[in-house]
Design a binder for this molecule. Sequence first.
Ligand code: HPA
Length: 234
Amino acid sequence: MPTPHIEAQKGEIADKILLPGDPLRAKFIAENFLENPVQFNQVRGMLGFTGTYKGHRVSVMGTGMGIPSISIYANELITEYGVKRLIRVGTAGSINEEVHIRDLVIGQAAATTSAIVRHDFPDFDFPQIADFDLLDKAYHIAKDLGITTHVGNILSSDLFYGGPDALKIGQLGVKAVEMEAAGLYYLGAKHHVQTLGIMTISDHLLTGEATTSEERQLTFTDMMKVGLETLIAE
Ligand code: HPA
């Protein structure tokens, strides 16, 4: 049955999915990395495709920006379509001197300004963590590809403009700021499925450096490989 936001029939979405924020990135991945991609969604322009990667059936779909948006799609993918492994691939801003633009950051855990957990558990803070098995796989895949990779805490902020003092949080060793991973990790815990966030650094909040669109494309391609290889790893 289609959901309010996904028009696919049951069975049209694989149980492993790559989740870029940008739906046109989903299209790019489908067209450049998947064999025989079939589009399963275009509701609200949130394009989704299913195809095969190295013989494994996988899907890719945009999530939009921010925890409310990714939570809608991840919820429906998990509870209505039976997706069991969800990997976010996106960009993040570095808030750490040791993390440079173009580097890869794998979010071991995600601090957040979002109330996503507090809606369910008002009395305590729940640490939103990645699935360790996926984290371990992704780290070794990235290392083997020769990509500079950092693993650690990230911040999933509700605000791109303004918001918490990310640089102060960076002093606690938090590596980068983005806007979705904590929501995905919480849903992983809630529904007992595997979730992971892999980000390339597109800009640096300490140095002001930013990647060009050409560089973003290149680093994005590296990240896709890590994401897809992790998605199909046994
Ligand atoms: N803030 C939040 N999300 C981001 C940023 C940022 O600076 N850069 C890339 N994604």
